[in-house]
Design a protein around this ligand. Structure first.
Ligand code: PMP
Length: 297
């Protein structure tokens, strides 16, 4: 694998970060993960906007503008000869003496890694996955706002460990007010009384790019959508459940704790609408040119 690090693309074994990097020492940094379909990074502008928002909420100045970041992303894909890929862009505070003061670090560390995108087993989409409601609560948004997509992932990892213990794929966390928030790496949706429900951003969640698309698609499909505050009992009483994120897209859920759900019509409709959205986005970007990818640049 070829890795982009601070302006250079090098073999992975040479892509090393200082032990004094504040990303390593304190989880002080931010990131985005994106999916690449047929050479096009899906919703790149939205991901970069969110990256700059995370940067601004943490007082981190990214030394590259969006055009330079786009070039770096596509150059990394090209160096790895990847057209269908998962790409992660990490920006840490950089290296500096021990201590919390961000001013100790003069230059952020920028890393881009790309690998072939994961193929989830088709049975996941056909049958749905098992998830749990975790005991671990989501970070208070007044403490670490989940809208910051930060490197500080221990909250999510603790919930993930609970899921792994019972062989579940994902863990949904409640917030401090016992309302549903989000999964360790995903947003949650469920259908109740024919209304598509999802926790609002005010519940303390990351406003997932896929979540936003799923809401838009549902509205376009004339479904009622409710972003609000929900309890785990609401989900147990639902008729369909699914989770969303960049890699999983729209993933049906067959079991939450011990409640079973079918892979329902709405989930299937939104899953195929999402695939269509990806297809038309990729076609549009390719048609717009001049493109940033490959030798065409
Ligand atoms: N919540 C959390 C905590 C996440 O890590 C992710 C994955 N980035 C999501 C939600 C889903 O976001 P997206 O749809 O932008 O991938």
């Amino acid at each position: 694998m070829q890795v982009y690090i601070n302006g250079k693309i090098v073999p992975s074994q040479e892509a090393v970060v200082s032990v004094f990097d504040h990303g390593f020492l304190y989880g002080d940094g931010i990131y985005e993960t994106m999916l690449v379909y047929d050479g096009v990074i899906f919703k790149l502008d939205e991901h970069l906007q969110r990256l700059y928002r995370s940067a601004s909420l943490t007082g981190l100045t990214i030394p590259l503008d969006t055009d330079l970041l786009k070039i770096a992303l596509y150059d990394t894909l090209l160096a790895n000869a990847l057209k269908d890929a998962y790409v992660r862009l990490t920006v840490s505070r950089g290296h500096g003496p021990i201590g919390l003061d961000p001013e100790l670090c003069s230059q952020p560390t920028i890393v881009i890694m790309a690998q072939k995108s994961k193929d989830y087993p088709p049975t996941f989409y056909e049958k749905g996955i098992h998830i749990i409601i975790a005991e671990t609560r989501r970070n208070l948004k007044e403490a670490i706002d989940p809208r910051i997509k930060s490197l500080n992932f221990l909250n999510n990892i603790l919930a993930k460990i609970e899921a792994i213990r019972v062989n579940a794929y994902e863990a949904i966390m409640l917030n401090a007010r016992n309302r549903l928030s989000e999964g360790t790496v995903s947003n949650i949706f469920f259908l109740k009384d024919d209304i598509l429900c999802t926790p609002s951003v005010a519940c303390g969640i990351l406003d997932g790019i896929t979540r936003g698309i799923a809401i838009d698609l549902a509205v376009r499909e004339d479904l009622g959508v409710l972003e609000g505050e929900f309890t785990k009992e609401d989900i147990y009483a639902a008729t369909e459940v699914f989770i969303t994120n960049t890699s999983l897209e729209v993933m049906p859920v067959s079991k939450v704790d011990s409640t079973i759900y079918p892979v329902g019509k709405v989930t299937k409709r939104l899953h195929s609408a999402y695939k269509q959205e990806v297809g038309s986005y990729v076609a549009r970007v390719r048609a717009e040119g001049p493109s940033l990818w490959g030798q065409e640049r």
